[in-house]
Write a protein that binds this ligand. Structure first.
Ligand code: SF4
Length: 330
């Protein structure tokens, strides 16, 4: 069972981007990519963060490692508020928080050998040099299912799956506590996806890692996640333990996402697919109210007037919906 000690706490995190305005408009506009989300990740667990493209999940991951400066809210790591610490102080946390990217090719420097890509973190954060450095690189390559001989090669000599393995070796090289996996399997063949997920799980057990696993569909995170958060247009809509979310989704958006997962066994019973109609609301200066209201079949007047808070509806099951009790007969 995962240790229940909180490793990362996100409190009301916001990340707004300024949108260019025309000459006639004097008021600045903001694209509210992440707009006040809160969640915690316990040590040793995998927290899945899911939502359609543009919901703010990757922006959240990037704000945590400060690739983006947060606009508001707090990021508390192992009890320390790291939201506004200096780049120098952040270096200490960069060693503890690593990231794996969606596009393994774009995230690897094509002019560097694999040894130098994996060794870069060792050079910045440790005193490991010379033979010991090379031994460590060889060990890391073996751990991720590659060979020692691969150390002298270049990224273009590898397949997509192998490149993602190199990205993983780079991330674990400096023994982090938390890895933010930003859609690490979305760009891979289905046959390779399971291998990479299994490897991430093995590494988690061996090295005691904690993961924030970002994905755009729920089928991808089901296997690996202990708990899952569902985002929609910059807001957190539902958070629950993984099995609970699959068996008893309470938010209309989660229900729709789940209903769109294909079932491998055609004999298995499945509720009808919920097709979302209506336009997605604009994330630019969105109005007060539920962000999902334009596509929600249960929408009532209050939904467009008041933004619903994320509240605990069942034990450890949080939902942001005014009508959650009515919709689910709770
Ligand atoms: Fe639908 Fe209203 Fe609930 Fe939003 S608050 S999900 S619009 S019922």
């Amino acid at each position: 069972m995962p240790d229940k000690k909180v490793l990362l706490e996100i409190k009301g995190l916001k990340k707004y981007f300024t949108v260019k305005h025309s000459m006639v408009e004097s008021k600045r506009k903001y694209l509210k990519a992440v707009d006040g989300i809160s969640f915690v990740i316990n040590k040793g667990e995998t927290f899945g963060l899911v939502g359609e493209s543009g919901c703010g999940k990757s922006t959240t991951g990037r704000a945590i490692v400060r690739l983006y400066e947060p606009t508001g809210g707090k990021i508390i790591y192992d009890g320390e508020d790291i939201t506004n610490i200096s780049p120098k102080e952040m270096l200490k946390y960069r060693k503890r928080i690593q990231m794996i990217f969606q596009d393994p090719y774009a995230s690897l420097n094509t002019r560097m050998t694999i040894a130098d890509i994996i060794g870069e973190g060792l050079d910045i954060h440790t005193d490991i040099k010379g033979e010991a450095r090379m031994e460590r690189i060889h060990d890391l390559l073996t751990r991720v299912g590659l060979k020692k001989e691969h150390a002298s090669r270049y990224p273009h000599e590898f397949s997509g799956g192998q490149r993602q393995r190199i990205g993983i070796a780079r991330a674990i090289a400096i023994e982090p506590d938390l890895i933010i996996c930003d859609e690490p399997i979305s760009a891979l063949d289905v046959s390779i996806q399971a291998q990479v997920v299994n490897m991430l799980e093995d590494l988690q057990k061996e090295l005691g890692l904690t993961y924030l696993f970002i994905a755009h569909d729920l089928s991808m995170v089901k296997h690996i996640s202990d708990r899952i958060g569902v985002m929609y247009l910059g807001h957190m809509m539902e958070i629950a333990e993984s099995n609970e979310l699959y068996e008893k989704p309470l938010h209309p958006y989660t229900k729709a996402l789940l209903s769109s997962i294909p079932i491998p066994d055609p004999r298995a019973k499945k509720e009808g697919r919920i097709v979302l109609e209506g336009d997605v609301r604009s994330p630019i200066d969105p109005k007060e109210g539920c962000r999902f209201s334009s596509r929600c079949r249960y929408c009532e007047e209050i939904c467009d007037e008041v933004t619903p808070e994320l509240v605990e509806v069942l034990p450890d099951h949080f939902v942001a919906c005014h009508l959650v009790k009515k919709i689910n007969n709770l």
